[in-house]
Design a protein around this ligand. Structure first.
Ligand SMILES: *[C@@H]1O[C@H](CO)[C@@H](O)[C@H](O)[C@H]1NC(C)=O
Length: 291
């Protein structure tokens, strides 16, 4: 009997040894991976796992970047506000420090030229009555400060730095404006490099005493409900308006998530009534934009 059993299950002893060694190997492997940080146990600390989805954590990590100027003196916190879902528009409050705003203005000042718009037939720039401001372009990655700002725009929009056009600096004096328009192209010429414009980040480099609002005339929703409604100019009351505030950045999307153009992204700059307005625009493309 014993002999028969022995002969019937000869590999049993060696197989249990193999299993034991194999399980010890698995335990060891897990311990090593755990030490290396590749595997982690479920955490009981809710604040840690929650942080990744918290907008304020994005703001915090971006605001405390190394190559910024004036951040230490400027204690104002960055925070993001959703202002509209049609168009998709967000304000990042205190995006730039006062020193960064002044730095951009001083860089641009000697090069300001009368603004043009893009001709949809030739793709070339042309003078226009719909846009009466003056402006200039600062090349992408031009210096340390600008690279820092462009890095922060990428953090805010989740669009890589390489998809951005140069930084445009604009100056509007009393009476100057930009009539409502779309930022996306309706021609094939301008989309050759980088593809369609997907989103725009508009940074206010100065306060404006009166007028100069950014207006979305086709925005859906109750635009009279904004807390600053009574401070808006006549033009500003014609749609959803954003009052320029130094350091704030407005992000809006020209394309919907299904990659079609969003006609509710129609926007303009109201005439400045009192004071003057400095702003900076960063257009972001669907693909890499080669400089
Ligand atoms: C829009 O908002 C204003 C201010 O909060 C309110 O008085 C008004 O009734 C609202 N209109 C609609 C149509 O909801």
């Amino acid at each position: 009997m014993a002999k028969g059993r022995h002969s019937r299950y000869p590999p049993r002893k060696s197989s249990s040894w193999t299993m034991l060694i194999f399980s010890m190997f698995l335990v060891l492997l897990f311990v090593v991976l755990f030490i290396l940080g590749i595997v982690s146990l479920p955490s009981s600390n809710p604040s840690k796992s929650h942080r990744g989805h918290d907008l304020s954590s994005i703001a915090h990590t971006s605001v405390h970047r190394d190559n910024s100027i004036g951040r230490n003196e400027d204690k104002s916190e960055g925070w993001v506000e959703v202002i509209s879902w049609e168009p998709r528009a967000f304000i990042y409050h205190n995006f730039l420090s006062k020193e960064e705003c002044e730095y951009l203005i001083e860089l641009a000042k000697p090069h300001m030229q009368h603004s043009t718009v893009v001709d949809s037939e030739t793709g070339k720039s042309k003078d226009s009555r719909v846009r009466t401001s003056s402006g200039t372009f600062l090349a992408r990655g031009r210096d340390r400060i600008i690279r820092g700002i462009e890095r922060q725009i990428a953090d805010f929009t989740f669009i890589p730095v390489e998809h951005g056009e140069g930084l445009q600096i604009l100056h509007y004096e009393v009476g100057q404006k930009y009539e409502p328009h779309y930022d996306y192209f309706q021609d094939d010429f301008n989309t050759k490099n980088g593809g369609q414009r997907i989103a725009t980040v508009l940074m206010y480099l100065s306060d404006v005493e009166e007028g100069g609002e950014t207006i979305f005339p086709s925005a859906k929703g109750n635009f009279t409900a904004v807390p600053y409604w009574n401070e808006l100019s006549e033009c500003g009351k014609g749609g959803l308006s954003v009052k320029p505030k130094i350091g704030d950045a407005l992000l809006f999307w020209s394309m919907k998530p299904d990659a079609t153009s969003d006609s509710s992204s129609l926007h303009g700059g109201c005439p400045v009534i009192k004071g003057n307005k400095w702003s900076s625009t960063k257009w972001l493309r669907v693909n890499e934009y080669k400089v």
